[in-house]
Design a protein around this ligand. Structure first.
Ligand SMILES: *Cc1c(COP(=O)(O)O)cnc(C)c1O
Length: 482
């Protein structure tokens, strides 16, 4: 394909995407295919001779689309939202076109400098304390990680390095291995599975701190666990707090937890993947009170801030915590402006070496929506969640299972788990809307998350009528009742 064909095909591709998004409601939100559906539809190996763009595009409709779950369908209420906006798509295209790899300042200066500024912009939008911002010469700063899982792992590894150094300095007779075997990290019993995975990769124990009746960890619960572990000769060093848990969007009490962590020399990392975007609205910023005690903070604009995947923004108060933990300087990566004041080499802030120009997506989205446009977007989703909550509360066959604070409603039929499992199955089998479940303590609960950029009240009303109808049918079937 030469540049002139690219011009033509590029325009066709943009049309295809615009049609897809504009007409997404004509498609079925959840596909009908069975595992292994795709392999028989395409050849066993790559073609020897070149094929045409037309042939490929035809196959997209024939082979790919039947197996796509349409996350941007306004009847998609599963998981959490994943961002999708036109400005971000265009920025991604430019990033692909430039195609540089921005691992150091010198490898493409605009990559690094734009990322530093965008992280400051976003940090100010969510009202982070100034220690987290890079500014012109700050000690803190932000970085874009691929996912929250990577951010948690990076924070945990940096905290591990810090803790080993600290303990070794105080007790030079201990080996690294001795110290490592005694380290213990914590998260909420509601924390995302990525925290446990980070523990497995880092080779440290992770303990889950029990949550209260609101599914939140409070200061005394953490203190109690820490005291027990210290008495058992363990070394507590890391706590991952969650703001907006995946199951029910619960908020750990970081105002109580922060002082415990600071006093005990425990690195506090805050995982606010979904909820973090809402902090651009002043009315939700109280949820972030206590972030001043944290060492690192992370959320996913690729969930709820209209910046397409991947864009997981992470801030640290002391950039040296990361750069010291991950710094390796082979001669082929040296340049005249090594990390010093103004210069950031992001390869020292992450696991991989290579990185794309992801901050372009933020720049395009922030400028084309404006902070006000993004605030309106968040508020609309929260309002729709409350609209759904009211509908559920009006039907006394149902119950609400957790406080509705942002765009997620956890609900269930009053009755057994079996009954609710059957309801969820009938909802998803009908394929008119798509939901998933979670467990809250011993209860099987349905999660209704406001997801699509284009979702409106009519879609929420449609979903509720549909759920009500299926519930009525289910409750009528005598054998199912228990
Ligand atoms: C979605 C989510 C994650 C995982 O995010 P990735 O960026 O996909 O790794 C982690 N924690 C919480 C609370 C989440 O909601």
């Amino acid at each position: 394909m030469n540049a002139s064909e690219f011009r033509k095909r590029g325009k066709e591709m943009v049309d295809y995407i615009a049609d897809y998004i504009e007409e997404i409601e004509k498609r079925q939100v959840y596909p009908n295919v069975e595992p292994g559906y795709l392999r028989p539809l395409i050849p066993d190996s790559a073609p020897q001779e070149p094929e045409t763009f037309e042939e490929i595009l035809k196959d997209v409709e024939k082979i790919i689309m039947p197996g796509v779950t349409h996350w941007h369908h306004p009847h998609f209420f599963a998981y959490f939202p994943t961002a999708n906006s036109f400005p971000a798509l265009l920025a991604d295209m430019l990033s692909g076109g430039l195609g540089c790899i921005g691992f150091s300042w010198a490898s493409s200066p605009a990559y690094t400098e734009m990322e530093m500024v965008m992280l400051d912009w976003l940090g100010k939008m969510v009202n982070l304390p100034p220690q987290f911002l890079a500014g012109k010469d700050g000690e803190g700063g932000g970085v874009i990680q691929g996912t929250a899982s990577e951010a948690t792992l990076v924070a945990l590894l940096a905290a591990r390095t810090n803790a080993i150094k600290r303990v070794h300095t105080a007790n030079p007779e201990l080996t690294q291995g001795d110290i490592l075997s005694r380290l213990v990290a914590y998260s909420s019993d509601q924390a995302h599975s990525s925290v446990e995975k980070a523990g497995l990769i880092a080779g440290v124990k992770i303990k889950q701190v029990p949550t209260d009746e609101k599914f939140a960890v409070c200061g005394s619960a953490l203190q109690k666990t820490v005291d027990e572990d210290k008495a058992a000769d363990l070394i507590p060093f890391f706590f991952c707090a969650t703001l907006g848990t995946t199951a029910s969007c619960a908020f750990d009490k970081i105002l109580e937890l922060g002082p415990v962590c600071n006093k005990e020399n425990i690195w506090m990392h805050i995982d606010a993947e979904y909820a973090g975007s809402s902090f651009i609205c002043p009315e939700f910023q109280y949820l972030l009170d206590g972030v001043e005690f944290a060492d690192s903070f992370n959320f996913n604009p690729h969930k709820w801030l209209l910046v397409n995947f991947d864009c997981s923004t992470m801030w640290v108060k002391k950039r040296r915590d990361l750069t010291c933990a991950f710094k390796i300087d082979p001669p082929y990566l040296k340049h005249d402006h090594q990390e010093s004041g103004l210069i950031t080499d992001y390869r020292h802030w992450q696991i991989p070496l290579g990185r794309r120009f992801r901050s372009l997506k933020m720049w395009f989205v922030f400028r084309m929506y404006g902070v006000k446009g993004l605030q309106e977007y968040i508020r609309k989703h929260v309002k729709l969640a409350h609209e759904f909550e009211v509908l559920v509360r009006q039907d006394d066959r149902f119950e609400i299972c957790a406080d509705v604070i942002l765009g997620l409603v956890c609900f269930r039929l009053k009755g057994s788990n079996k009954l609710n499992e059957t309801l969820l199955k009938s909802i998803n089998d009908a394929r008119k809307i798509h939901l998933i479940s979670c467990h809250l303590r011993e209860k099987f609960v349905l999660r209704f998350a406001i997801c699509a950029r284009t979702v409106e009240s009519v879609h929420v009303q449609f979903a509720w009528k549909h759920i009500e109808k299926l519930a009525t049918e289910l409750l009528r079937a005598p054998l199912q009742q228990q």
